[in-house]
Design a protein around this ligand. Structure first.
Ligand code: COA
Length: 260
């Protein structure tokens, strides 16, 4: 599959997906969102890929939001479809079998912040800035920002960000729990790769099951989430890797997981 707006590369079991429109600060055009959807599906289906790292091209922006030039002349129905399509793309990412790490190298505004929040975790450069500035344009977040932000940082802080539209710096994003880690710009990809390699060393079926338990469970009652967890726990106990893991532990060696 060839892409015009993104770069897609698989190396050492990591799929690097880079939004590549630096002149527009990597704004998410409709075409870019379609390419991202294909990339997320492709990475999910590719047995070689164990983790995705998602970043923006250039040194200024991760993603500065949806492409504002495409808003002109949009009808209410078009805009509703636009929002639902974008939500679907980010849901594909969040619900992928493969964990994803947002490597936030600069502005993560609007759809950029929403893209980062759909990732399993977020690592930010010290230069990153976050925000949901949609109200300044007369709209509200449309790619699940009103849903994922309060779940990540709590309702009060989410409402402050969404209602003021004011950007926050990386250190503030770390303080409120929007990002997992903040590192110097030149160490950003390395920091993400370090997390990715650690994940790659674990049992693949367990990683997939843990992702599903957290991603589905967070939207369930605690009781139903517990039932899902128990079922997935049972599934992991039936794997060959659960024979290999304890055996390797007893033999004081690294496990050789097969993902079966
Ligand atoms: N959609 C389309 N184009 C965008 C864009 C977006 N979301 N964000 C930036 N760009 C374009 C600018 O129009 C400009 O293009 P030009 O060089 O052809 O004029 C280019 O990217 C550089 O942006 P510029 O505004 O000149 O950079 P800056 O450093 O002065 O400001 C931002 C950076 C991120 C603060 C500013 O670009 C901005 O506020 N962008 C919009 C953010 C937003 O509202 N996102 C939510 C959209 S729903």
């Amino acid at each position: 599959m060839s892409y015009e707006n993104i770069l897609y590369e698989v190396r050492d079991n990591i799929c690097y997906i880079t939004i590549n429109r630096p002149k527009q600060l990597n704004a998410l055009s409709i075409a870019t969102m379609q390419e991202l959807k294909q990339a997320f599906i492709g990475a999910g289906d590719d047995a070689e890929v164990r983790v995705m790292i998602i970043t923006g091209a250039g040194d200024k922006a991760f993603v500065a939001g949806a492409d504002i030039s495409e808003f002109v002349g949009m009808s209410a129905v078009d805009a509703c479809h636009f929002s639902k399509n974008g939500q679907e793309v980010l849901n594909v990412l969040e619900n992928s079998k493969k964990p994803s790490i947002a490597a936030i190298n600069g502005f993560a505004l609007g759809g950029g912040c929403e893209l980062a929040m759909a990732c399993s975790m977020r690592v930010a450069s010290e230069k990153a800035k976050f925000g949901q500035p949609e109200v300044a344009l007369g709209i509200i977040p449309g790619y699940m920002g009103t849903q994922r932000l309060p779940r990540l940082v709590g309702k009060g802080i989410a409402l402050e960000m969404i209602l003021t539209g004011a950007p926050i710096r990386a250190d503030e994003a770390l303080r409120i729990g929007l990002v997992n880690k903040v590192v110097p710009p030149e160490e950003l990809i390395e920091a993400c790769e370090k997390i990715a390699k650690r994940i790659i060393g674990q049992a693949p079926v367990a990683i997939e099951a843990a992702l599903e338990a957290v991603n589905r469970g967070i939207n369930m009652t605690s009781e139903l989430g517990g039932m899902l967890e128990a079922d997935l726990f049972g599934l992991t106990c039936s794997t060959e890797d659960f024979v290999e893991g304890p055996k390797a532990f007893m033999e004081k060696r690294k496990p050789d997981f097969k993902g079966k």
